[in-house]
Design a protein around this ligand. Structure first.
Ligand code: PEP
Ligand code: MN
Length: 315
């Protein structure tokens, strides 16, 4: 089954690219079609002999023995068969907003506190996040409520300093193929939550995970957060099929972000139920104490009570 990947991509005209990946990956690359004695070029198969390159093996590969990687973040062990919720505001806005959100996340039963301090916004004039001051607030709020924190890193230069304070690093959808950034988080000892790019295939998501793992950091959690399609009724189209496909292809834990996929708070619970039903290891859900006045992603934010009801239901 796995060999099909190379063959299909070759048909799609990506053969050169993949050949490079195969050369890079080295391990497991096997040329089928052993040259016969007297063949003019050593290693080259006889003219007309069908040659097939098998797919190389990757660090993300599911070994097929049922063993799944467990990524620990505080009390959560993503991948152990439990269902864990990460929650918090889209962005850290000010101490009061964050404190209320952190309290709500904690009381609802979320096990990791999220909060963006470096925000990848479509417009350069939108709120860009509080930066380092926001990270300090997030750390303090996490400590106050006994929650580990996750926040997005946007640039390789930020990684070391964020990793000193954050329990988990988030790679946002827009950065999924920032290969320097992926390598940099791969050099830390922090778990990494890797979000699928808006236009990224499952293969590309897995290769992004490979970039991180290639640097020695195997603590990667994959996050399906919706992809861009022709559909405009929702902010993105949640690709729930990605969950079982990823669980088939990799040993890494897989979570779902119904908030960014939906873009609307009333769709978050049904999509979260779907995520649980298809085998996700958890969800990431945005909340806000005052969604109408949120500086970022207010329409998709749940109230603390709605989050609590959702977690109760999915537990
Ligand atoms: C986020 O989680 O804050 C975020 C920006 O999400 P995404 O990268 O999936 O758009
Ligand atoms: Mn958001």
């Amino acid at each position: 089954m796995l060999g099909c990947y190379v063959d299909r991509a070759r048909l799609e005209g990506e053969a050169d690219d993949l050949k490079v990946q195969e050369d890079d990956a080295k391990e497991g690359t096997v040329q089928v079609g052993t040259p016969k004695e007297g063949t003019p070029k050593e290693g080259a198969p006889k003219k007309g002999t069908p040659t097939k390159l098998q797919r190389p093996s990757y660090k993300f590969d599911n070994p097929g023995d049922g063993e799944r990687s467990i990524v620990k973040v505080g009390t959560a062990s993503f991948g152990d068969g439990g269902f864990y919720t990460i929650s918090g505001p889209c962005a850290v806005e000010n101490p009061t907003q964050l404190d209320l959100a952190a309290r709500d996340a904690h009381e609802a039963g979320a096990v990791v506190l999220r909060g963006g301090v470096f925000k990848p916004r479509t417009s350069p004039y939108s709120f860009q996040g509080l930066g380092w001051e926001g990270l300090r607030l997030l750390r303090e709020a996490g400590d106050r409520y006994g929650l580990p924190i996750v926040t997005e890193v946007m640039a390789p230069e930020q990684v070391g300093r964020v990793a000193e304070k954050a329990d988990m690093l988030q790679i946002g959808a827009r950065s999924m193929q920032n290969f320097d950034l992926l390598r940099e988080v791969g050099r830390t000892d922090r778990p990494v939550m890797l979000k699928r790019g808006l236009m990224a295939s499952i293969d590309e998501l897995l290769m992004a995970a490979e970039y991180i793992m290639s640097q020695g950091n195997f603590q990667v959690i994959l996050c399906e957060r919706g992809i861009r399609t022709f559909e405009t009724a929702t902010r993105s189209t949640l690709d729930l099929s990605a969950v079982p496909v990823l669980r088939e292809r990799t040993h890494l834990p897989v979570i779902v972000d119904p908030s960014h996929a939906a873009g609307r708070h009333n769709l978050v619970a049904p999509l979260a139920r779907g995520a649980r039903a298809v085998g996700a290891d958890g969800i990431m859900v945005e909340i806000h104490p005052d969604p109408a006045n949120a500086l970022c992603d207010g329409p998709q934010a749940l109230s603390g009570e709605a989050l609590a009801a959702l977690i109760r239901e999915l537990a």
